[in-house]
Design a protein around this ligand. Structure first.
Ligand SMILES: Cc1ncc(COP(=O)(O)O)c(C=O)c1O
Length: 374
């Protein structure tokens, strides 16, 4: 169709993981464990729920473009409000970055099979999209630095990385940064920051600021607010001022702001989520490895499992769906032989392990490859 530019016509849309209701209907199962979208299995923070109930009566008013949340985040992280942006999920801020900073001849550079949300957004802009391969499922920062050209405008790095769950360290990032010209904007996507934060080698980007780095974080993961759509970013005030020009005027919604502000204060909930996740990573990792699967060591709230073939990955996904366990096949990311499994409640994790065991599938006949902790 002449109306549609070729890069949109050829774009594969973002496909969200399957919903619990959809799987219940399609497979006739009662109990469903949704381990496909890296959500918080504890539900939303109770403090966030109270704040939403408290503020429901204000739905007739337009929200203030994220100002309340920006002020609260600035206070929390000891920044000026001019250095903070809030939006309807970090996806929305990413979309703004692409609109605000890319010109037609610019290039985007990232790892192969980067977070699918970023892939779709960047490709929808119709600019050159270049990637370098993973090294042992880690971002290869050296190769990325070497791949920068005069046209490179944005480098996207997710740390921890989705879908691999691995991190790059502060030393690795510092070395990489020395090779990045100032005219290149680095997106440091820290959607899973809270899960990795305790690792002393993890570079919490809040502790050092560069003028050409924008950090993105979200309330969708540890804070359990994925359904409300609220995320935030930190950067130099000039970058934020330009992003604010292209942001949709009223996002995030008033209720999203209320919930996010309350959730920030609920550190007890965050602690419980971290404990549950650490237990889940251990149990799922140990059990699958014992069965002979290859499990990439993760610093996030999910693990990636490379299988011997795309067919094996597809077949295990389907077998588990029939039993009510939803995991994420990674074909859309560009890794059709890999699966991603989020940690769930203890019961969800047990259900996953039992159902995988019942399928009798063994992943790597030739032995188990376990990646060293990064
Ligand atoms: C690396 C990464 N960035 C961003 C997001 C999206 O976050 P949000 O819900 O804030 O748009 C996700 C969600 O899965 C993610 O994995």
């Amino acid at each position: 169709m002449a109306l549609v530019p070729p890069y949109i016509a050829n774009l594969r849309p973002y496909e969200p993981g399957r919903s619990i209701e959809d799987v219940r209907r399609a497979y006739g199962v009662e109990r469903v464990a949704k381990l496909a979208s890296n959500e918080n299995p504890l539900g939303p923070s109770p403090k966030a729920l109270s704040a939403i109930s408290r503020d429901l009566g204000g739905l007739n008013y337009y929200p203030n473009g994220g100002l309340d949340l920006r002020l609260r985040l600035a206070q929390e992280f000891h920044l000026k409000v001019e250095n903070v942006i809030a939006g309807s999920g970090s996806d929305s801020i990413m979309s703004g970055i692409i609109r605000a900073f890319l010109c037609d001849d610019d290039e985007v550079l990232t790892t192969e099979s980067a977070f699918i949300g970023f892939q779709v957004l960047a490709k929808s802009r119709g600019v050159a999209y270049r990637t370098v391969p993973y090294r042992d499922w880690h971002y290869d920062l050296q190769a990325l630095a070497a791949a920068i050209t005069a046209k490179t405008k944005i480098i996207y790095l997710a740390n921890p990385s989705n879908p691999t769950g691995t991190i790059f360290t502060k030393d690795e990032f510092d070395e990489f940064y020395r090779h990045v010209p100032e005219r290149v904007l680095i997106i440091l996507d820290e959607a899973y920051f809270e899960y990795a934060q305790a690792n002393p080698r993890y570079p919490d980007s809040m502790h050092y600021r560069y003028d050409n780095v924008i950090t993105l974080r979200t309330f969708s993961k540890i804070y359990g607010l994925a359904g409300l759509r609220v995320g935030y970013g930190f950067a130099h005030e000039e970058l934020i001022a330009n992003l604010l020009k292209v942001k949709l005027p009223f996002e995030p919604s008033g209720l999203a702001q209320s919930a996010a502000i309350a959730a920030l204060d609920d550190q007890d909930f965050v602690r419980r989520a971290l404990e549950l996740n650490a237990r889940g990573l251990r149990r799922i990792g140990d059990a699958l490895r014992e069965m002979g699967f290859d499990v990439v060591t993760s610093e996030a709230n999910f693990v990636m499992v490379p299988m011997e073939s795309a067919e094996a990955a597809k077949s295990l996904t389907e077998e588990l769906l029939k039993k009510g366990v939803i995991i994420r096949p990674l074909g859309a990311f560009g890794l059709p032989h890999c699966l991603r499994i989020s940690t769930g409640t203890d019961e969800d994790n047990q259900m996953l392990i039992e159902e995988v065991r019942k399928t009798g599938v063994r992943s790597q006949e030739s032995g188990v490859r376990i990646y060293a902790n990064s």
